[in-house]
Design a protein around this ligand. Sequence first.
Ligand code: NIG
Ligand code: FE
Length: 411
Amino acid sequence: MATTLVKNIKKIAGLGAPESPLRGNNLARLDSIDNAYLLLEDNEIAGYGPMTGLKHAGFDEEVDATGRFVLPAWCDSHTHLVFAASREEEFVDKLKGLSYAEIAARGGGILNSARKLQAASEDELFVSAWKRLEELAKWGTGAVEIKSGYGLTPEAELKMLRVIKKLKEKSPLSIKATFLGAHTYPPEYKHDHAGYIDSIIHDMLPVIGKEKLADYIDVFCEHGFFSQEETETICRAGMQYGLKAKIHANQLNLSGGVQVGVKLCAVSVDHLETMDQATIALLAGSDTIGTMLPTAAFFLRMPFQPARQLIDANCAVALATDFNPGSSPSGNMNLVVAMSCIQMKMLPEEAINAATINGAFAMELQHETGSIEPGKKANFILTTEINSLAYIPYAFGNNLVDRVMVDGKWQ
Ligand code: NIG
Ligand code: FE
């Protein structure tokens, strides 16, 4: 057994193992110890405490963390990080005045990504996604959810999910896979929505179930994409194969996505740029987590998610990157945390909890990661020398992550 001691930590934060996602006032509660140590055995957290209580000696590795903070590694519960190509040409079109909807109507957007992904090999997709994962880990991410949805044919959706399965097998990061065949309608089904839904249910889901290619099912519930009723039909079909729902809801409109998510006991409903009081109250009364994706709102110049209203109403909220080539070409959780404080008025402690333990709950990984707790995976961030936790979102754009351990390995 290999032992590692991280000693003289200025503050270790994110301690404990809450039994349910943090809500309301509890979201601001980030348990911590000053002048602390953290003990690791192989790939697990073995213990922590104040330096004055450190009894053991003779560790295989010792790291002096004087002046530095330790936090749980980020848990990014919503990404589309398997894709074939970036889309900066659309970004420039947008700068010239075209809207997201206009770009989509020209065959851009998701369909552009789908054409490129259909032409890419499984190996090419794996190599590029692997590089992205390595980069995310260096920025402090230890767990990540990855969606399909840029395939849109049985062959290409299964190819994407097989790439995600391989990433799961080979990466030190904890990974969950989500089937998002219902991301948009492929051109050949533009006038036959029922036909595409039929293909999702009868051509894709049985193979996904048989090969255990996904943990969750997602639908882009949005005007012009999938209606509330279609979303319910598709999610229920996925649930037959044991896939719980995680839904793209209320991004551009009051789409009914939150309603269907709550009805189906979805693990999460994600985006939530467009909310009203009734929808917030419904979410607050449920066990479904509301996942906010501020960098997507930022990139699309949309109003940010109403974080304060959601938290004050007692909704369980998480933060994630939505890393994808169309609406959030960044997988940097540090930026998400900073933006949620600066633009959405979340407190630093609230943002850190939403990006760690509540993100872990949104991937059902709360027993494995998301907090510093003996028995959980050795996933944590060691910051540079900083004076306070608040400095992390305050000094946005600075890289304050010095070292990251994921599954017991320095990244
Ligand atoms: O989560 N909202 C739908 N899907 C993605 C964007 C997809 C794209 O433009 O490629 C999102 O923002
Ligand atoms: Fe998304």
